[in-house]
Design a binder for this molecule. Structure first.
Ligand code: NCD
Length: 306
């Protein structure tokens, strides 16, 4: 399997065998988070983040540093030439002279695909508008695999903003590569995007619902997401809908004993802080799984590992 030089724009560009290989390499990376390595010595990564981010940007920075490489970054359009009106294609054509790989977050859905088409170096999509967030989906799969030892056979609920939440789109695609049953839980107006629903329903069983208590006893994973306030065309609608779901200890009362609660973060108020102390909560561990998954992706795409 050869990952060297490949872009990661959509999770749909990868098949099950490739996804499983990435998860195996992530496991190999675990010890290196303590000891570091010079596997990517001399390699430079560019972070171009034109939307807010904490975890994704910092975890790519930490990942390349742990592997002996370094990074440069644009994290605010305001202080870069983009503010002067430079277009994305030009920015990419310039940046690729400086670095070996570009990590791009952009508010437009086609941005990462466009960047990948013009760049000679690999582009990793770190979030393209309301579209996709493939590396988040890979770390989500890795979390599930580590916590359960498998992904096949699990019942997984994805809850919250399934319309605008890019993590939910990539995760649904990714889970449909496995033998899973998916529950899409959302208010009526934030139901899973039609194109995603149609695609994943071809491979796995999908149940759409609004009702959390009804599904809680059936599921192995509860994946909670925030309402994507910044993507609502009408803030009044957001204000009406924002409190629809709040997972607290009581919501977990009828859950299977080893059911896990995940969240891509940031959390607003959709998971009560009291859940953090329960053995079910895995969202902070998920952050660490994200680091090792991104170390795996960088070492594969930059050709340090086959
Ligand atoms: C997510 C994103 O940017 O889509 N954040 C992340 O990368 N973990 C989720 C979100 O913003 O709700």
């Amino acid at each position: 399997m050869d990952f060297e030089g490949r872009d990661i724009v959509s999770i749909r560009d990868y098949n099950r065998v490739e996804v499983e290989h990435i998860l195996e390499i992530a496991e190999l990376m675990e010890p290196l988070t303590k000891s570091s390595s010079d596997m990517l010595k001399g390699k430079i990564l560019a972070n171009i983040f034109l939307e807010p981010s904490t975890r994704t940007r910092l975890s790519f920075e930490a990942a390349i540093l742990r592997l002996g490489g370094s990074y440069i970054s644009i994290s605010e359009a305001r202080v870069s030439a983009i503010e002067k009106g430079e277009n994305l294609v030009d920015t990419i054509r310039v940046m690729e002279n400086y670095v070996d790989i570009i990590i791009l977050r952009h508010s437009l859905e086609g941005a990462a695909r466009l960047a990948a088409e013009v760049a000679y170096i690999p582009i990793i999509n770190a979030g393209s508008g309301a579209g996709e967030h493939p590396t988040q989906a890979l770390l989500d799969l890795y979390t599930i695999k580590k916590e359960y030892g498998k992904i096949d056979g699990l019942n997984i609920a994805i809850l919250g903003d399934l319309k605008y939440g890019r993590t939910t789109h990539s995760l649904a695609y990714a889970l449909s590569l496995f033998k899973t049953t998916l529950y899409f839980v959302s208010p009526e107006s934030l139901k899973m995007r039609g194109e995603v629903l149609e695609d994943v329903s071809k491979r796995v069983k999908v149940i759409e619902t609004k009702d959390v208590p009804e599904i809680i006893p059936k599921i192995d994973v509860l994946y909670v997401t925030r309402m994507q306030k910044e993507r609502f065309p009408d803030l009044e609608v957001y204000e009406k809908i924002k409190g629809t779901y709040r997972i607290n200890r009581n919501s977990l009362r009828n859950a299977k004993r080893n059911m896990i609660v995940m969240h891509p973060l940031p959390r607003i108020d959709e998971i009560a802080p009291e859940v953090d102390q329960t053995p079910n909560s895995k969202y902070f561990k998920q952050v660490w799984y994200g680091l090792v998954t991104r170390m795996a992706l960088l070492s594969l795409v930059l050709g340090a590992i086959k």
